[in-house]
Design a protein around this ligand. Structure first.
Ligand SMILES: Nc1nc2c(CCc3ccccc3)c3nc[nH]c3cc2c(=O)[nH]1
Ligand SMILES: [Zn+2]
Length: 373
């Protein structure tokens, strides 16, 4: 075990990298997929089930937890790890992104943002300083800078002024974070789809110095082609010896394309959210289990999957419990999706270490093109 935060690169294959992030609460194998536990729970999953899928770290949300049950209450109860019974690493987002996408009546100034809770309409305030205080109260191992993520499409002037604000907030986040051994602070690159603005942002963050660097401002509706266009250069603008975290991504083929371009960490609500709606991700493509064609199908979701849903249940059963709106439906499909996403990560880590990422990627795409699933 270690009392410090560190990142070791073990292997590279093209731009793809594999390694390990060491924290006092445990190691994170990279490339890593991080399930989202927004309100101190990965929905429909027990923490031990999340760990069983292979996840080394999960995500929490400053925005949701500050509103309910409040960061002060979680701190008084021993912090987020004890509160939600997860003793491995936790990364928390800084809240600004969620305010802009969820809260009402927002007022954004240089100082920070005031907003009305989407839960009960009460008024709240976030700033770099308050976000750092909340994330410290939660006790998260990886803290994100307080930033502003502009909605796309946006004109260049808007992207530039927003990125400049986020860089000033990054400095204030760094100053407020202080020196917390064993805890990490990650900067977040902004700059939209503009290569020169992203370069400016990366240089500003590098000068402030962070334990890791996120590529922010993507997965906000720009589409995969535009996102990959940015990822063709953005990771290389960031320090090579620190973890690179692409926020909010994504579908299986987004994840593979991001790792191929040098990304080490990703998060997305997709596997859990779509699991609850009956959408299963498999190596052969997506299965919408509510579709009537599954009602007599005795096969598992995915013959090659070793998760509890695929080992113990037929498509016919999963179809039935979704149609009957039974709680086990969301549990089983969420477990399968999270397990499958971790399978993809484990496959890529092994392929990168073996220098066979290109072959692994070709097989990944060939299997998905197989059609009838
Ligand atoms: N702070 C921040 N968060 C983002 C998220 C949320 C990721 C998140 C982290 C932790 C918990 C939940 C969600 C994005 N999701 C899609 N695109 C995103 C961009 C940004 C961004 O630019 N900045
Ligand atoms: Zn499965």
């Amino acid at each position: 075990m270690t009392d410090r935060f560190s990142f070791d690169l073990h292997a590279t294959d093209g731009k793809a990298r594999s390694g390990v992030i060491r924290t006092p609460r445990g190691e994170i194998r990279t490339p890593a997929f991080m399930p989202v536990g927004t309100a101190a729970t990965v929905k429909a999953m027990l923490p031990e089930s999340v760990a069983a899928t292979g996840a080394d770290i999960l995500l929490g949300n400053t925005y949701h937890l500050m509103l309910r049950p409040t960061a002060e209450r979680i701190a008084a109860l021993g912090g987020l790890h004890a509160f939600m019974n997860w003793d491995k690493p936790i990364l928390t987002d800084s809240g600004g992104f969620q305010v802009m996408s969820l809260a009402g009546l927002r007022k954004l100034t240089e100082e920070g943002v005031t907003f009305k809770s989407h839960i009960d309409g009460s008024r709240h305030h976030l700033s770099p300083e308050r976000s750092m205080e909340i994330q410290a109260l939660l006790g998260s191992d990886i803290v994100m800078c307080f930033d502003e993520c502009p909605a796309l499409p946006a004109d260049r002037d808007r992207i530039k002024s927003s990125m400049d604000l986020s860089m000033r907030w990054a400095q204030r986040s760094r100053d407020a974070f202080g020196d917390r051994p064993g805890h990490a602070l990650f900067g977040i690159q902004q700059g939209g789809l503009e290569q020169d603005l992203r370069e400016e942002s990366a240089n500003a963050l590098r000068a402030i110095e962070f334990d890791g660097y996120a590529v922010g401002g993507l997965a906000v509706g720009e589409g995969q082609e535009a996102m990959f266009g940015v990822l063709d250069y953005a990771p290389d603008q960031l320090p090579v010896d620190k973890p690179r975290y692409l926020m909010g991504v994504g579908k299986p083929d987004d994840i593979v394309g991001a790792v191929k371009r040098g990304i080490d960490m990703m998060d997305c609500v997709l596997p859990s959210r779509s699991g609850r709606t009956g959408q299963a991700f498999t190596r052969h493509g997506v299965v919408n289990i509510k579709n009537a064609r599954h009602q007599d199908d005795p096969r598992p979701l995915d013959e090659a999957c070793t998760c509890p849903a695929c080992r113990g249940y037929s498509r016919a059963y999963l179809h039935h419990v979704f149609r009957a709106n039974e709680m086990i439906s969301g549990m089983l499909l969420t477990w399968h999706n999270l397990h499958y996403f971790q399978d993809i990560m484990a496959g890529m880590r092994a392929a990168i270490s073996a220098g066979s990422f290109a072959a692994w990627e070709a097989e990944f795409h060939r299997q998905r093109a197989q059609g009838d699933i």
